[in-house]
Design a protein around this ligand. Structure first.
Ligand code: NAD
Length: 349
């Protein structure tokens, strides 16, 4: 397929195909916007069905990073790296050394970090080859993401139910990984009643034991009677099959690309369900990475995290005024901000 007619191509400024036959590394790095600054986005690894699936993923995710950045009041161009295929354990270190060298060849124009499929150890290996991998700064990205999702849930509840309190609210958390587990903990501390699911038995057992949360079958979590459904596992969970079964009045979580297709945003709105666009709700991770890149302290992170609720409220108001689904209103706002941010506009390179 001609790249420029690819349905997910959005005038991406640079797409790099990486191959390292010695280690078996195959990867794609997409820089959606470069501007004057490093382009920023995580590195993900999956057993993709093929190169075209990986290409679609990296194009979509890198564009999403630009949207996330401008909506969080940051001015990094979005980027992403995808590694095609999970190597055998004995080849893993060599593959991530090769990936580290590939990242280094961008000479700081692309900064990356951990994303789905990578472990903190993989990042440590990459760091032996390059200094352009962001790690934990003043706050771990997953912690900041969970805090940002909590802000987003509160702003959505305020909009939908007139009050942002969490006490006695019921929240269904899908996924008890780094973000979902911490979110569940925060919500329990706020007095919410949490029902959760994960396909990993250990995560489920730990959450039940340590937090006392109710556990349900992963197939049933989206259909719980709860005020909030919080997807914190996979993308595309709002789809034709799940849509009619969602009973929550708010959908707000950390997973990227929660809507299987844009029309599912309209369908949620049609059912009276308020959707907090994912790239605003989960911007905490990028905020934490930005803090690491810019040597900012925790108070700067908190200030940015507290901005996510008002940012969502602006989107909700705009969606209502324009008669648009919230995801479409957010995209429109993000595109306006991107047009304003263009090359040469960034204050500090
Ligand atoms: P993670 O890999 O630590 O956790 C994901 C969890 O989801 C795992 O425990 C996994 O077992 C579970 N899971 C997988 N399939 C499931 C299913 N069908 N039903 C229920 N649970 C299932 O990942 P994470 O860092 O917690 O991130 C969660 C989501 O948030 C991802 O989509 C990620 O892209 C997104 N996100 C994460 C960050 C971050 O800072 N970590 C930032 C922004 C967005």
């Amino acid at each position: 397929m001609d790249l420029r007619t690819h349905p997910d191509f959005d005038d991406h400024e640079e797409i790099t195909f990486i191959a390292d036959p010695a280690s078996g590394l195959q990867a794609i790095v997409a820089r959606h916007r470069i501007w004057n600054s490093p382009s920023v986005g995580g590195c993900r690894m999956r057993d993709y069905a093929g190169e075209s699936e990986a290409l679609a993923d990296v194009l979509r995710l890198s564009r999403g990073m630009t949207y996330k950045s401008v909506m969080a009041g940051l001015d990094y161009g979005g980027a992403k790296a995808v590694i095609l295929g999970v190597p055998p354990a004995e080849g893993r270190a060599a593959l991530f050394r090769a990936m580290g060298r590939a990242v280094d060849r961008f000479r700081g124009g692309f900064r990356t970090g951990v994303d789905v499929g990578l472990t903190p150890e993989d990042v440590v290996v990459m760091k032996t080859q390059t200094r352009f991998v962001a790690g934990a700064g003043a706050m771990a990205p997953a912690e900041a993401t969970a805090l940002g999702v909590r802000e987003s849930i509160k702003a959505s509840l305020a909009r939908r139910l007139g009050s942002d309190h969490l006490r006695s609210r019921r929240v269904a958390v899908q996924g008890l990984g780094k973000v979902g587990r911490r979110l569940a903990e925060l919500l329990v501390a706020d007095g919410a009643s949490v029902v959760a699911a994960d396909v990993n038995r250990d995560s489920v057992a730990q959450a039940r034991r340590d937090l006392g949360v109710e556990i349900v079958d992963p197939e049933a979590i989206h259909a719980q009677a709860a005020e909030v459904f919080s997807p914190c596992a996979l993308g595309a969970v709002i789809n034709d099959a799940s849509l009619g079964e969602i009973r929550a009045t708010v959908v707000a979580g950390s997973a990227n690309n929660q809507l299987a297709e844009p029309r599912h945003g309209a369908a949620l709105a049609g059912r009276g369900i308020l959707y907090a666009p994912d790239y605003i709700a989960n911007a905490g991770g990028l905020i934490a990475v930005a803090a690491d890149l810019e040597d900012k302290r925790e108070d700067w992170i908190w200030q940015k995290l507290r901005g996510l609720g008002p940012s969502l409220t602006r989107v909700f108001e705009r969606a209502e005024a324009l008669g648009l689904p919230t995801a479409a209103a957010a995209d429109r706002l993000a595109r306006e901000l991107i047009a304003e941010t263009g090359p040469g506009q960034r204050s500090a390179a």
